[in-house]
Design a protein around this ligand. Structure first.
Ligand code: 16G
Ligand code: ZN
Length: 527
């Protein structure tokens, strides 16, 4: 490593003065023009992490559902997971170092992490469709190269596709081929195999309108479509040819405004879904004959998936422990349905995919979803091996196992993936002969409201119990408890956002008026 060269090169990617940067819930995220130095340094850090793990590391340039003017970056660890927490701290430190100190901080991280310099470094890079992403990706490449690392830039990818590529490259191809063709092939083959078993396959094929948030998901879904179109037709809306990324559309918009995206005309009972800007989230919805909008969010997706898996396991006849992981945002009705009707254990973690993913790994089969539509299912090695064995049997059990084998392949187990989740959902609906209306009717969501509160310093609020209880400032939790007591079937919590400079308030109650009023009262208590 040529320290002088790194110092010189760092000066070309100067840090804007007077700002502090933080590797948050989903990496660094802010206005694109402030990110150049971070991109260069994340290239350096990814190369370093690659040497330390002796594996390929991923760098994704995206700000997901945030406005087009923003951008962001996150690192992907060897098995396709989010970056390890100690390395998030290194990332924060490196991002905040003065330009002249970058090389010194790198050396310090190397010493702390016992990185062997002669080791090779290999980094794969992906980016979303933001206008700023291309140049920022170039800065990442320069960072990797400045450290003597090698890279492969995939160009435009959805975030979950990059996670998939990293995993494939580090598992000797066992997870799939590390190409877009490999990704499409793996998912489409599993989807077609699965839907062959659907009894109503004689019907005309199902069609779904997909709002792609004007993001990268549109390009990738279009590329993949011919591979599944004999069974499922998709009509792409907000495909990026006209509208602006995430503007009045996408999964985050639909979930938070509880209304359809701009540009999507819904006929009664028509099946629709929305991806977010980097296609790692999905929500479904429809309009009924009275024109009322019905949102089917991550909670209901988790219910559909876990009930299907539970039934399939019964047919396979194996005892595997299955668990569902949610966050405090999960609608109380979903938790009750899972625990009381489906008898599936439910766990609550802090917000942020890494927390849910980590918890889900503790089960033989762990299904995790955030209410906002990010989620997937994870299968332990033992489950995969056993199911592969059983799938060779020619009896009923073997048939169920074969089905489960395809379900396992259809999930992107490295991250929540809108394309993969959509195909899983469509396959389950086809196999069970369910309409979205029947799916929606499994339980009724409790009315809820989310609001943002601007405060001088959101970090004065700290929480415990998976963010459901406020620890500081003193007295806040007692005030919330008093307010909650005034309403029926009510619940409320506050937490500092990990991605925006605001405090978030969530409230649910037996009516929309009560939920709105509780959210309002709690937000006043936050000041
Ligand atoms: C990020 C997280 C998402 C979480 C959201 C919460 C990942 C990949 N994404 O988008 O899981 O729900 O942040 O944002 O971890 P907040 O902290 O601003 O409420
Ligand atoms: Zn996203």
């Amino acid at each position: 490593m040529d320290l002088d060269a790194i110092t010189k090169h760092s000066a070309l990617h100067a840090k804007p003065p007077g700002l502090t940067f933080h590797y948050g819930t989903a990496g660094f995220r802010m206005k694109a023009e402030l990110l150049d130095h971070i991109m260069f340094r994340m290239g350096l850090l990814a190369a370093l992490r690659s040497k330390q793990t002796n594996a390929t590391i991923g760098v994704m340039v995206t700000a997901s559902h945030n406005p087009e003017e923003d951008n962001g970056v996150k690192l992907v660890d060897p098995l396709g997971e989010m970056l390890a927490p100690t390395w998030e701290e290194h990332a924060t430190r490196l991002a905040n170092a003065e330009d002249g100190d970058v090389a010194r901080v790198l050396v310090d991280i190397m010493e702390k992490e016992a990185v062997e310099l002669p080791q090779d470094a290999f980094v794969v890079i992906g980016r979303d469709t933001r206008p700023s992403s291309e140049n920022l990706g170039q800065s990442v490449r320069e960072g990797v190269a400045a450290f003597g690392g090698q890279f492969h830039d995939y160009g435009l990818l959805t975030t979950p596709q990059l996670h998939y590529m990293v995993c494939c490259r580090n598992t000797g191809g066992r997870y799939g081929k590390a190409t877009l063709d490999g990704y499409y092939h793996k998912l489409a083959a599993a989807f077609l195999e699965l839907t062959k078993q659907a009894s109503c396959s004689g019907d005309e094929n199902v069609s779904v309108k997909v709002d792609c948030a004007n993001g990268v998901g549109a390009l990738k879904l279009k590329e993949m479509e011919p591979r599944f179109s004999p069974v499922l037709s998709v009509q792409l809306i907000n495909d990026g040819t006209k509208g602006k990324l995430n503007h009045l559309c996408g999964a985050d918009f639909v979930k938070s405004h509880q209304k359809p995206p701009q540009g999507l005309e819904m006929k009664p009972n028509e099946r629709c879904c929305s991806f977010d800007g980097d296609a790692d989230r999905i929500v479904y919805y429809y309009c009924d004959v009275d024109g009322a909008f019905h949102l089917i969010d991550g909670d209901k997706i988790a219910v559909l998936i876990s009930s299907f898996l539970k039934e399939l396991l019964l047919e396979v006849g194996e005892i595997f422990n299955i668990g569902v992981v949610q966050t405090a945002y999960a609608n109380g009705s979903s938790t009750r349905y899972l625990e009381e009707v489906m008898k599936v254990p439910v766990h609550c973690t802090k917000t942020g995919v890494k927390h849910l993913h980590h918890k889900a790994q503790e089960f033989d089969i762990g299904v995790y979803f955030e209410a906002n539509g990010h989620g997937t299912a994870l299968f332990s090695k033992a489950v995969e091996v056993k199911i592969k064995q059983l799938a060779k049997l020619e009896d009923k059990k073997g048939k169920a196992a074969k089905m489960l084998e395809n379900v396992i392949d259809l999930f992107n187990q490295t991250a929540g993936d809108a394309i993969s989740d959509m195909l899983v959902i469509e396959a389950i609906l086809a196999l069970k002969g369910l309409t979205v209306q029947q799916w929606d009717a499994l339980y009724s969501d409790l009315p809820n409201r989310q609001v943002k509160v601007k405060v001088a310093d959101r970090r004065v609020i700290s929480t415990t119990d998976a963010e459901r209880q406020a620890v500081t400032p003193p007295g806040l939790q007692a005030a919330i408890n008093n307010l909650v007591r005034k309403y029926r079937l009510s619940r409320a919590f506050v937490r500092p956002s990990g991605t925006e400079d605001v405090v978030r308030v969530y409230a649910e109650a037996d009516s929309q008026e009560s939920a709105d009023s509780l959210a309002h009262e709690v937000s006043l208590a936050v000041f």
